[in-house]
Design a protein around this ligand. Structure first.
Ligand SMILES: N=c1c2ncn([C@@H]3O[C@H](COP(=O)(O)OP(=O)(O)OP(=O)(O)O)[C@@H](O)[C@H]3O)c2ncn1[C@@H]1O[C@H](COP(=O)(O)O)[C@@H](O)[C@H]1O
Length: 135
């Protein structure tokens, strides 16, 4: 797909670290901070918080928005639009955080699962699965 109006608007600033309003360095810690902010928005005024609005709309809407953002992300990836892919990836991560808050998943749960998988080749893991005669 051609670059959408949203994706152009969504392309990231060249240096997020240089943003004067940034509250921390451009490191993965930003995900923990984002989660904490989204979680703190639960039950607050949907008129002033997009997270509150999404959480109030419920699980199906949250899942739908996540799916839409994921599709927009893959479209930019396939099109080779690197900057737009960065912006859409941020949207996906934000909407994933909203989905985690709604589902009661903590970032640490996912970090622990990633840690558990660390060092295990995906090829070896797949080969170790029980044989499925229907596959
Ligand atoms: N990272 C984000 C973020 N990414 C995207 N968005 C918002 O997500 C919305 C996506 O718009 P869409 O039109 O796709 O979706 P929609 O408004 O639900 O429209 P419909 O599909 O319902 O028609 C926009 O309002 C974006 O601004 C975000 N809103 C908030 N955050 C972070 O969450 C924090 C808390 O935000 P609030 O909850 O709004 O205070 C912020 O400080 C940011 O760090």
């Amino acid at each position: 797909m051609a670059k959408t109006e949203k994706s152009r608007k969504n392309a990231p600033a060249k240096s997020a670290a240089a943003k004067p309003e940034a509250v921390g360095p451009a490191t993965p810690d930003v995900l923990d901070r984002l989660f904490a902010v989204v979680e703190s928005r639960r039950g607050t005024d949907p008129a002033i918080s997009h997270s509150a609005r999404l959480l109030a709309r419920g699980r199906r809407k949250i899942a739908q928005k996540f799916g839409e953002e994921a599709v927009e992300c893959l479209i930019e990836a396939v099109a080779g639009n690197r900057d737009e892919l960065v912006g859409e990836s941020a949207d996906v991560l934000y909407h994933l955080m909203v989905m985690w808050v709604d589902a009661g998943v903590k970032p640490g749960d996912v970090w622990a699962e990633l840690l558990r998988r660390e060092g295990t080749s995906g090829v070896a893991e797949k080969a170790s699965r029980p044989h499925d005669p229907l596959a």
